[in-house]
Design a protein around this ligand. Structure first.
Ligand code: ZN
Length: 272
């Protein structure tokens, strides 16, 4: 893909201001070569904050480095279920992870969770890592970022087993009932560009049902690019289209919805 494809859209939607992209992967190889030209443009275009989520010890360290370089970037550190099979046992990473969590700009433990869609790691190993990291979240008091792909039952069981741990279920794909139970338990629910996809009627229905104080927006870039830019490498400059879809679904003005989700993100990640 050429650099031209990884640029800001020509138009910024009116009202797309003060946004918080609560889940991104700027250390990904698709984005890494262009980030130092792209990120300043993104921060000048209506995005105030970005949470860069680690997926293993190395990407967690990259997230911290990005957070040190850019005032608007915050980091999450943790082991993604898809990566967990390549890094030994939790005991090998947890002492380092606990150190990473102490960084002043590390505001969450993640992303953690279960992915039974790709099954890059066997499910038992995924669950061992998930529970070890929930244990650490309970010990440190950090909010967690939960990745759930085709593992609704087991992710919910994990959430129920740790009532003192909350955070966000990111790029939410579950049912309305599941979302309601999570909200009741204190969790936030985040929506990505998927909400703009033609076949995402159920996700839109769920998005409409989330209380105002628990909804978040994200890119999950470089993946999940919203319509009308689907197919391109995703970044926070496209998130305004996700926000516009969600605002209209919820009968809100775009600027009002951006302010709401920005406040929610700052509350969850305890950013002043
Ligand atoms: Zn992610």
């Amino acid at each position: 893909m050429s650099d031209k494809a990884i640029s800001l859209p020509d138009e910024i939607l009116p009202g797309a201001v003060h946004m918080f992209d609560t889940h991104a992967h700027y250390d990904d190889e698709k984005l890494a070569p262009v980030i130092h030209t792209l990120l300043p443009e993104i921060f000048a275009s209506g995005v105030d904050y970005i949470l860069n989520a680690g997926t293993n010890p190395d990407t967690s360290r990259h997230s911290l480095e990005l957070a040190e370089r850019y005032p608007g970037i915050y980091a999450a550190c943790g082991m993604h279920p898809g990566d967990s099979g390549r890094y030994g046992s939790p005991d090998d990473y947890l002492p380092l992870l606990e150190e990473q969590l102490k960084h002043p700009k590390c505001v969450a433990l993640g992303e953690i969770g279960l992915d039974y869609h790709y099954d890059f790691t066997d499910r038992e190993t995924q669950r061992i890592w998930l529970y070890a990291q929930l244990e650490l979240a309970e010990k440190t008091g950090k909010p967690v970022i939960m990745h759930n792909r085709d593992a609704h039952g087991d992710c919910m069981e994990a959430a129920r087993r740790y009532p003192n741990v909350t955070g966000v279920f990111h790029s939410f794909s579950g049912s309305r009932e599941t979302a309601a139970e999570l909200v009741e338990m204190g969790w936030y629910i985040s929506f990505s560009g998927v909400v703009t996809f033609k076949n995402a009627g159920r996700v839109r229905e769920v998005a409409r049902s989330i209380p105002d104080d628990r909804i978040l927006i994200e890119t999950d870039c470089p993946y999940m690019t919203p319509v009308p830019f689907r197919g391109r490498t995703n970044h926070s400059g496209y998130m305004q289209y996700t926000a516009a879809e969600l605002a209209s679904l919820r009968g809100m003005e775009l600027d009002e919805f951006c302010a709401l989700t920005c406040e929610n993100g700052k509350r969850l990640y305890r950013i002043n």
